[in-house]
Structures are given as C-alpha cells and as structure tokens.
Write a protein that binds this ligand. Sequence first.
Ligand code: GAL
Length: 362
Amino acid sequence: MKACVRGAAVAVIAAATAAALAACGDGGGNDSGEGNGPRIGVLLPDATTARWETNDRPLLDQQIKELCADCEVEHANAKSDVAIQQAQMDSMIAEGVDAIVLVAVDSRSLRPTVAKADEAGIPVIAYDRLAEGPISGYASFDGEEVGRLQGRALLRAMGDGAADKRIVMMNGDPSDPNAVSFKKGALSELEGKVEISKQYDTRQWRTEVAHMNMSGAISALGADNIDGVYAANDGLAAGSISALKANKVDPLPPITGQDAELGAVQRIVAGEQYMTVYKPFAPEASAGAALAVAAARNESLDRVAEDTVRTSTGSTVPAVLLTPVSVTVETIEDTLVKDGVYTIRQICTPQLDAACARAGLT
Ligand code: GAL
C-alpha cells in the first residue's frame, strides 16, 4: 500500500498517472523514478572494520539484484556514530523503503528506531548483529562458536602447560551483542586453563584503542609476562600487534583474530598473528539478501530461514545462523583461497615471498 502511494506520487509529478498507477500493484515501489521495484535500505555500522564496505556491501548488492532484478538498494554507513545511524534510518523510514537491512552500531540505542520502522510497516532484517526491537529476521553466525574457536586456537598455540600461561583479552564493543557472545565463547574455553591477567572491552572496536590498551597491559604486566593475546577481531589484533612491536616484543606471543581481513591473512603468513576466524561473507550476504527481498515483497521469511532466534521483544523470528571457520597458516589455501575471497597473488606481496613459499602458498 505504501508503495502504491509513492508510485502514485511519482506518477503525478511525471504526469503519467494511469501508467504509474497500473504498475503499482504487488511488488512495492520507489520514488526515485528509476523503476517500480522494491527499495531496500542497507545500514552499515562503521568504516573501522574492513568487512562492511569491502565484503558485505558489494555482496549484499549483488545478491539482492540476483534475487530481485528490479530492486533498488540504498546504502548508508554510520561511521560508528549512533546518532548518525538513527538519522540515516529515520530518513529511510520517511522515504518509505520496503525493507531495511541493519547492522546496528549500538543495538540498544537503535531499538526505538527499529520500533518506528515497525510502526511504519517496514520490516527490519538484523544483519550479523542482533538488533534490539521488533525485527523481522536475522542473518548471522554462531557468535559463541566464534569465541570458542578463538579460545581453543590460542590454547593450542601456547602449547602444553597452558596452566601457567598468562593472557591478555582484547574484547570487542559491549554494545554489540556479538562481542558479548564472542567473549562468552572464548571464556568457556579459557577460564580455568590459563591466567587471564588483563581484560579490556574496546569501544567501537577501534584499532587505536586496542593499541592503547595493549601498551597499558605491557607497562602493567611486563612484556615477558604476556604469553598470548585473545583479540576478538582482526582490527584489535592489529592494534595489539602494533603495541607489542612498538615495545620491541620479539618473538610476538600468539594472537587471535576474526574477519579474515587481507591484512590479517598477511600477518598470519608473516607469523605475526596466529589465526583469524573466517565467517564466509557470501552465504551471510545471500541469507541477508534473501530475507530482505522476501520481506520487501511481503512474502513469508520462513521459506528462507531454517532457524529461529528469540528477539529482545520476546518474539521468535526466522533466522539463518551459519558456521564460522578457524583459519591458521596451514588452512589459508583450503578456506579463503578456495572460496575465492583472496588469490594467492593478493596475499603474497613481494615482501611476503619467502614466508609464502614456506607456507606453501605459491
Ligand atoms: C561484529 C562482527 C565482526 C566484526 C565486528 C567489528 O559484530 O560480527 O565480524 O567485524 O563486529 O565490526
């Protein structure tokens, strides 16, 4: 219905009332004048973590277009600012998009805006992060499993006798429910097996905050007393590594990560980072796109999603929950290269020639 009103408004302006009204039926519409297909808004959280703009955005576009050739996609990136994301979402609601894909900067703060979309009849698909409020569907990974993979890998990397080992934990932003799940999963592996000497939460997942916190940990504990670093994602791993290097720590202790960023994969080859968690981008984007297209067309989401998730409002909504994959130097080829995320050429820059040859990446 909303779509029809918009279609009609365009038609009046274009003085083509009859044709536009005829086109205004079951498929939604838009006021861009470029077509009559459903309009989908994609709200990304930040430019700090590479994946959102580098992987998720183009893949979501591509997958939405594949499922719905006449769909229009509109993006916005909040650059880590809650107020900006609220304003971006408000303006999509005002425009009357047919569905919104949301990666919330801060799940709780976005809740009233999600409720506003719902009141306006616009379904919200929570993408990767479980947004609070009346969402219609969710596409993501098992976050606790991400943490368990990281925790187990760190124990393995530190070797036998981990009981006397001391680690520093660089957790993500606690306003991101995923960060809470990653931490919970990691602690389930690490607690009681190692000494957790220091733990930090990292505001907005910022690399420079991790760098600062790691510098503080080194001064407080002494570099020799850090046997391993749990970093919740690759940005935090990068910040931790730069602080360790600035303090001339050599060799570096094992460090975990997540997101399979190109820089992290290169650090893994170079021996600076022990692992990353790869959450295959294409299946996540394809699930997010399928949910969004079905929602925009007013179709049932149950056909798209096999799982369900309980939302903050207490209701249960269709969800796609995928399985994360641990990647170390031994498995880069069988995972990231095989899936076409990176070619060996992209990973193996001239500076990494020798390391790549040692890793069998040729
Ligand atoms: C999480 C996401 C991770 C990571 C992090 C920082 O919600 O699951 O993949 O990118 O945010 O943006």
